[in-house]
Design a protein around this ligand. Structure first.
Ligand SMILES: C[S@@+](CC[C@H](N)C(=O)[O-])C[C@H]1O[C@@H](n2cnc3c(N)ncnc32)[C@H](O)[C@@H]1O
Length: 254
């Protein structure tokens, strides 16, 4: 695929004093995957309209979608099966979808073309940097993290997406009342999700522990295969608390 490349320099925000370029711990590895002819064609035809460049500056969502609507962030959409399903179900919402895997971006563009979807925009970049640099506080109506890489080995746990620092930054991007929905088929990670989200002061659980699967999240091919093999799946759904009394939570003055 003749896709433009985006810079992926690690953020230096958390650099210890004197370290200009810390080695970022990323939640993904860049896999080389075969891009099909259909995905490549979808990229050539549709990327100019649906792929937004990563820029270390606040996103102008109204301009990017050509309308004002509640914004939902998705981190790591894989091949975009659930993404396209949910976007079709909720045409009144704007979906900002981050993925670094090139064939996945092509696959979602193909679905966008086939299903005539107009409410998705893709950023082919590390979602952590998108959150840090493109999303202002309280701009999101929701966030989806479905089946993030479980990083099974203990020495790789530091790569897991759902950890306190990222969740704290993501929670600030949620508007009061907005939701964060995570799902996984790896029980220890499900437990970690529940613990990390429960410990975040800005978030409140919508359930008593794990949540029932919300209807909008489809059972994907991958999930169905797991269920046939007897694997479990856990959903965790929290909402942003209305106010904590901090400066960002102060009520607007007339
Ligand atoms: C296990 S797959 C799950 C894909 C999809 N959500 C699903 O349910 O089938 C996780 C995906 O997240 C992507 N990913 C991981 N960390 C990411 C990040 N920081 N930014 C963007 N994508 C990321 C990976 O490239 C991978 O495609």
């Amino acid at each position: 695929m003749n896709a433009p490349t985006t810079p992926t320099a690690p953020s230096t925000a958390a650099a210890p004093a004197g370290v200009a370029h810390p080695k970022a711990i990323r939640s993904f590895v860049r896999r080389t995957g075969r891009v099909t002819a259909g995905q490549a064609k979808a990229f050539a035809d549709l990327a100019p309209r649906f792929v937004l460049p990563y820029r270390a500056q606040p996103l102008d969502a109204d301009a990017a979608w050509g309308r004002s609507a509640p914004l939902i962030l998705e981190i790591g959409f894989g091949m975009g099966e659930a993404t396209a399903h949910i976007a079709a179900l909720m045409p009144d919402k704007n979906f900002l979808c981050c993925e670094v895997h090139e064939p996945g971006v092509g696959a979602l563009l193909k679905r966008i073309g086939e299903q005539g979807l107009s409410n998705i925009r893709i950023v082919r970049h590390d979602a952590v940097e998108v959150i840090d640099h493109m999303l202002p506080d309280a701009c999101l109506a929701g966030a989806h993290i479905f089946f993030p890489d479980p990083w099974h080995k203990k020495r790789h746990h530091k790569r897991r997406l759902v950890q306190p620092p990222l969740v704290a930054r993501l929670a600030r991007r949620l508007a009061p009342g907005a939701y964060l929905h995570c799902a996984t088929d790896w029980q220890p990670y499900a437990q970690q999700m529940l613990e990390v989200l429960s410990a975040e002061p800005l978030l409140a659980n919508t359930a008593d522990g794990f949540a029932p699967k919300p209807d909008y999240r489809p059972l994907t091919k991958f999930e169905n295969r797991g269920l046939r093999l007897g694997h479990g799946v856990w959903d965790v759904v929290f909402t942003r608390r209305p106010a904590l009394g901090g400066p960002m939570d102060a009520p607007a003055r007339p």
